[in-house]
Design a protein around this ligand. Structure first.
Ligand SMILES: *Cc1c(COP(=O)(O)O)cnc(C)c1O
Length: 493
């Protein structure tokens, strides 16, 4: 199976090549030339399998240059005891017809672990397979959760270094503490004075900077990406959509073959795109509901076909979704249009004017699969308080956005298909917003806020977050976005 670039459909690369390279040289994103169908009978078999077996079987369909044994080994290591449940990605039955797929049982308590615990194995194996002997330097721009998950995944992994840029005032206190206390000899963390898009744009510029590439090459290094533009990030995410469906069958919530919807809190469009890929493989998915916060550029796009990033940027209580350029959308545009030329045109407009409008045909195809909505911080907060009151279920702010958007979607459409709300973070990652939503006005400082939420809700904070208290801060650096290249060269000297 080969991969093409969304901006050059004639390109043919192997899975190992695209995982090593991250982003295509033409600026496009690597995408499978065709999507493998779930073989006859496979879903049924997976119903009785555990998460690791599901991961192995599903990933194998895409990774022909990897052996079953390799993938079984990776799955066992990536989804092992660092997850606080053997189910890895359990589905919580919230109410009749509404299920919650909890993707935050990993070491950093956000869904990024689902991919970033796996990616280092895929990458180091891909380095071997492609004969690459230079050290891979993973450069990450993070809106909060990716950074920590990537640091945790790549910490002290041979032949890799990792450098993370986060927006100085765009992440929660707990998120920041998670990153600046990261252990490991191959890691670096730096704050960027600006928002997430500044950090992401800075990282993209470094990737396309020929001079920097050359300098690093002389040092025996090359740049690679762990952002969701990397195929090795998207693929492990396809697994949990299929896994959730199997769990629902196993638990008698649906019958095999019944359609389900997924409602996904969305930022860079990576998570929901993996759901679309699962649908392309033949998983019975009816509608994918894209949920946004006040940075609702995707809501407008999916509804009207106009992507316009020229709008105010809001810092919200769901910071991992505070994004105005959703990189992974490019893969959807390619798959729905089938034309690299069309994608190049849109991306050209985007970089020149910050705006593009898709063809009527493409818009119609979007509407066949996607619905979209957004909600305010206030509405998300109300949902947190309400659901804890009525069901005793505690959600984080990102999940609350999805839950609220789902409620609105149901009111608007009357669609009563069983729907899985994708839950992307532990509420303990966003304690202050969650506590405020529950009416608490005096918040305890630092990591003490964890026990405050524990006492308020009689739930237990995840062990990795409790362990942050008293850890040494290792990284205090910050930079203007213009100086990011210099930071990279200094840290990789
Ligand atoms: C990254 C993240 C998102 C957004 O996911 P995308 O793949 O960027 O759409 C949503 N919620 C949380 C908690 C996240 O960390």
């Amino acid at each position: 199976m080969y991969y093409l670039s969304t901006r050059d459909a004639s390109l043919r690369k192997t899975a190992a090549e695209v995982i090593v390279q991250g982003l295509s040289r033409d600026g496009g994103l690597f995408t499978p030339v065709e999507f493998p169908k779930l073989p006859e009978g496979m879903l049924e078999e997976l119903i009785s399998a555990d998460y690791r077996q599901r991961a192995k079987r599903i990933m194998k369909l895409y990774l022909e240059d990897f052996t079953e044994e390799e993938l079984a080994d990776f799955a066992a290591k990536a989804y092992g005891d660092q997850f606080d449940t053997r189910a890895v990605a359990p589905v919580y039955h919230l109410t009749e017809g509404t299920e919650v797929l909890e993707l935050w049982h990993g070491p950093t308590c956000a869904f990024k672990d689902m991919a970033l615990q796996m990616l280092p194995y895929l990458l180091t194996a891909s380095l071997r397979k492609t004969g690459e002997e230079k050290t891979a330097c993973i450069l990450v721009a993070t809106s909060g959760d990716t950074g920590k998950a990537a640091l945790e995944g790549f910490c002290d992994v041979d032949h890799t270094k990792i450098l993370v840029f986060y927006p100085k005032d765009g992440v929660s206190d707990i998120q920041k503490l998670q990153m600046v206390t990261q252990k490991g000899d191959n890691v670096g963390v730096c704050a960027v004075i600006g928002n997430f898009d500044d950090a992401q744009t800075g990282v993209k510029k470094i990737f396309s900077d020929v001079e920097i590439r050359k300098t690093l090459e002389e040092r025996g290094l090359f740049l690679s990406s762990a952002n969701s533009i990397n195929w090795g990030r998207i693929l492990p995410q396809v697994v949990y959509y299929i896994s959730a469906y199997c769990d629902l069958c196993r638990d008698g919530r649906i019958k095999l073959g019944d359609p389900v919807n997924f409602c996904v809190p969305t930022g860079n469009f990576g998570n929901i795109l993996a759901g679309y890929f699962a649908k392309l493989m033949g998983l019975p998915v009816k509608t994918l509901i894209c949920a946004s916060n006040a940075n609702n550029v995707l809501t407008d796009f999916l509804k009207d076909g106009v992507y316009d990033r020229n709008r105010e940027f809001y810092t919200t209580s769901s910071p991992s979704m505070d994004i105005l350029i959703s990189s992974n959308l490019e893969r959807l545009l390619y798959l729905l249009s089938g034309s690299d030329e069309e994608v190049r045109g849109y991306m050209d407009c985007l970089s020149k004017s910050g705006r593009y409008e898709v063809s009527g045909e493409l818009k119609a195809r979007i509407h066949e699969v996607f619905a979209a909505g957004w909600c305010s911080d206030e509405a998300a907060g109300e949902a947190i308080a309400k659901l804890f009151g009525t069901e005793g279920y505690l959600m984080d702010t990102h999940t609350a956005v999805a839950y609220t958007v789902l409620e609105n979607y149901r009111k608007e459409t009357g669609d009563d298909t069983t729907t899985v709300v994708v839950s992307t973070a532990s509420p303990y990652k966003f304690c202050s917003s969650v506590l405020s939503a529950m009416g608490v006005t005096e918040l305890r400082p630092g990591t003490e806020i964890l026990s405050q939420l524990e006492e308020k809700t009689r739930t237990t904070a995840p062990a990795p977050l409790k362990g942050l208290a008293g850890r040494e801060v290792r990284f205090t650096g910050q930079t203007e976005k213009e100086n990011m290249p210099q930071v990279v060269l200094d840290m990789l000297s």
